[in-house]
Ligand binder design. Structure first.
Ligand SMILES: [Zn+2]
Length: 134
């Protein structure tokens, strides 16, 4: 289980821009890096094109996994957005968590977007601290 993840401010903005572009549909993507440190954000199309769920486009997901492997990085996390809430993992997120990685969820409170990190394992959700560095 991981309890913290470090991201560069640019990674944060890259995800946020993608989330804003896709809203009111859910947006998704992958976080790759080493240990607890993110080095690359990979945007993936939400095949479901839905405001309440996401399904990663299988071809884009495969391409992203290949990129991560060939750059000798690890898959550290999956991010997606909840344009209509909640700010935590939904029942679907918990049921469909297929990888042992950090789940970073973007949600909107009025016009303010925020992201929270979670570790989801065997139906249990634990908070992951997100550290943003300059
Ligand atoms: Zn979700």
């Amino acid at each position: 289980m991981k309890r913290q993840l470090t991201l560069h401010k640019n990674h944060w903005h890259e995800m946020l821009e993608h989330v804003l572009r896709q809203a009111p549909l859910e947006a998704c993507g992958l976080l790759a890096g080493k240990n607890d440190r993110v080095e690359k954000i990979l945007l993936v199309r939400n095949q479901a094109q839905s405001p309440v769920r996401f399904v990663m486009d299988p071809y884009e997901q495969l391409k992203a996994f290949d990129w991560i492997d060939s750059n000798r990085l690890d898959l550290l996390g999956i991010f997606h957005s909840h344009p209509a809430g909640p700010e935590t993992a939904s029942a679907t997120d918990i049921a469909e968590a297929a990888y042992e990685v950090i789940h970073l969820i973007w949600s909107r409170n009025q016009d303010r977007w925020q992201a929270r990190g979670f570790w989801i394992e065997k139906g249990h959700v634990t908070d992951v601290a997100l550290q943003i560095i300059e």
